[in-house]
Every structure is written in C-alpha cells, then in structure tokens.
Design a binder for this molecule. Structure first.
Ligand code: SAH
Ligand code: SF4
Length: 346
C-alpha cells in the first residue's frame, strides 16, 4: 500500500485514519502536535513508543524540505532560502521582517509552465507540483531556523499556485487551521498570472485571502508580448473574473504591475490602466522589474515610476510603489525578488 503524506492531512483526517487502523484516537493529537512543530520523522516524537513509531512508519511518509543554502541581506535582514526536496529538486522561499512581524514567501511548484518573459522561473523547465506538505514545510523550517512565529504568508515564489489548484487550496486550509499553523486567511496572499477558470473556483470558496493578479500591462497587445497565458485568457476575461472574486468575497484585489523601461511605463499606459480598473475594489502595486540574465528588460527610472503612480492616483486608483527588500541578495536568486510585499496596502 502506498504511504500517505501525513503532513498534507488535517487533524480530523488523521483521527479518522488512525481509527480505521485501530490506533487510539488520542495518538493522532499527539502526532499532530509534533507535525505542527515541524519534525521530519517519527523518531523525533519522543512521547510515542518505539513500537508505535514502527507501525506509523509503515503507513505514513514525511514530505519535507531541507535547507540547502541561505542568503542573508546585510541591508535589512531579509533571508532567502534554497530548499532541497525529497526527489532532488530545489525551490526558494524568502523570509521578510516587517514592523508587524514576519512574512514568508513560498513556492508552489518546481519551475513553472507559464513562460512569462521577464521571469527567471518561467525560463526554467517545469518539473512538478509541490505537495501541501512541502508548502507547509517551507514555513516551518524557516520558523525553526530563526526561532520565530511567522504571521503572514505570500504565495509568490516559484510556480503558479492556481496551476496547482488542489494542493494550493489544501495548503491554504492547513496553514489557516487552528490545529495547524493558525495563520489567518486575511494574512495570506495568493499571486496568479491570471488562470481565469481557477479564479472563479477560488471565489466560490469565499476565503478571506488576498488575491494578487500579475497584470503587468494595460492592454492585450502588450500583455501578449510578455505573458503567454494572455493568449488563453485576455485582460477582459481576467477583469471579469476579478470583479466576480471581489463581489463574492468582499476582498480587494491586488494588481501587480512590474515597471519595465520603455515597454509598459508610459503615461498613456497609466491612463489605460486606470480606465481598465475603474470601479473595481482593488489596489495596484508598482514594482520596478528585476533584470534577469535571460532577458534585456531594465527597470523603469524612479521618476517614471513616481509619475505613473501619480497618474493612477489622480484617476482614483489606489496605488503604491512596492518597497524593495533584500536588494543585495536579489542578484543571486533564481527568481524570488523585490516584489512580494503585502505590507501597507492590507
Ligand atoms: N506565478 C504567480 C506567482 C509567482 S511570481 C504569478 O505570476 O503571479 C510572483 C510575482 O513576481 C508575480 O507578480 C510576477 O509577475 C513577479 N515577477 C516575476 N519575475 C519578475 C521580475 N523579473 N521582476 C519583477 N517581478 C517579477
Ligand atoms: Fe510562472 Fe509567475 Fe514566473 Fe509567470 S511570473 S513564469 S506565472 S512564476
């Protein structure tokens, strides 16, 4: 029989499973307490007898992540982690420190199929989806490594969370559960390049999480050039889905807009964007694009970004320029970079 991924299970699922296997129910709570602490094996569960540990090892498996490398920003203490997976794959996560506490940016896939031209992950081959347990583990390993409690999570690392929908949804339920890490949905953001059918599904879950949509262009002609997914779902499709999401959940949408020099940073682009977003419960985050080796894109000048921001604000669109964290460790990362912040707007 295949081993079950124990860290992807809820406490009630584990209780039911233990009952089915004639193991006392209280054991499930004991085991779950250890899982919550982030242990990687049954042998670390010192209040479980050796015989019971052997029974459990025959039924369950731990899909964990292991710290391979760590880069600490000397400027602001942001820490980037490279994690190794059980099958030899690698992913990245980032720990950010704010006035209000700690925020972790997690990966949801190994690589990404979406191929956005400005993104380093998009240039990598897609390998596989991450399991919910592997998403949870990124947070736990970071908590344990720093002896901290993380209070916010952003799904903005490697991969497209809505292309790994079921696992991402299960992760959201586990991470927000009182039996688990107990991080409230309002403190979680999920970022998508615009997988429209899944935005509708997510809206129906009526979760209180923040949906971030990576827009990066105010019209299809421009967006087609930089984000291949736009050929499947146009900006019109995305905006319609976002309205539905905001109406169903009462939550404001966060639109991400990476400012690329000479490409999408003109005044007319800002005017077009403000017309597009008129009347939607939303917020725009302007992010200076991070140059990657594989493309020639450069970030817009600070003045250009300021002007773009002013046009949006003058036209009634709530906009901020995202603060850059860990600028000195961006250079060495696969793709996690300055973006990411959920800070002031929430
Ligand atoms: N796949 C999801 C989430 C992961 S990417 C998405 O696309 O939204 C997280 C964010 O980083 C997205 O807003 C993405 O557009 C942005 N991003 C990717 N490469 C970037 C770069 N070179 N500079 C700035 N932001 C980038
Ligand atoms: Fe994938 Fe997001 Fe990168 Fe696009 S920006 S390639 S969707 S990770």
């Amino acid at each position: 029989m295949a081993l079950k991924d124990i860290k992807s299970m809820t406490l009630s699922e584990l209780c039911a499973d233990f009952t089915d296997n004639s193991i006392e129910k209280y054991r499930a709570k004991q085991v779950y307490e250890w899982i919550k602490k982030g242990v990687s094996s049954f042998d670390e569960m010192t209040n479980i007898s050796l015989t019971m540990r052997e029974v459990l090892k025959r039924k369950y498996i731990f899909y964990d992540v292991q710290i391979e490398k760590k880069l600490v920003s000397r400027k602001d203490g942001t820490v980037k982690y490279l994690f190794g997976l059980f099958d030899g794959g690698f992913i990245e996560s980032v720990l950010m420190k704010y006035k209000y506490g700690y925020c972790v940016c997690i990966s949801t896939q190994v690589g990404c199929k979406m191929g956005c031209v400005f993104c380093a992950t998009g240039k990598d081959r897609f390998l596989r989806n991450l399991y919910p347990s592997e998403m949870i583990s990124q947070i736990q390993k970071i908590q344990n490594d720093n002896n901290i409690k993380v209070s916010r999570v952003v799904m903005m690392g490697m991969g497209e969370p809505l292309d790994n929908y079921d696992n991402s949804l299960r992760f959201l339920k586990l991470v927000s559960s009182e039996d688990g890490l107990n991080i409230g949905m309002r403190h979680i953001s999920l970022s998508t390049c615009g997988v429209v059918d899944k935005i509708y599904l997510l809206a129906r879950e009526k979760l209180q999480l923040t949906l971030s949509v990576s827009l990066h262009a105010p019209n299809d002609e421009l967006r087609n050039k930089i984000m291949p997914i736009n050929r499947k779902w146009s900006i019109g499709d995305i905006i319609k889905a976002c309205r539905y999401y905001a109406e169903n959940t009462g939550r404001r949408i966060s639109f991400e807009y990476a400012m690329i020099d000479g490409l999408n940073d003109k005044k007319e682009n800002a005017l077009e964007l403000s017309r597009l977003l008129k009347g939607i419960l939303c917020h725009v985050n302007l992010i200076p694009v991070n140059s990657i080796d594989e493309s020639s894109f450069k970030k817009s000048t600070t003045n250009k970004i300021r002007e773009f921001c002013d046009v949006l604000i003058d036209n009634g669109v709530n906009t901020t320029i995202r603060r850059t964290l860990g600028p000195d460790i961006n250079a060495s990362c696969g793709q996690l970079r300055q973006r990411i912040m959920v800070e002031k707007e929430q």
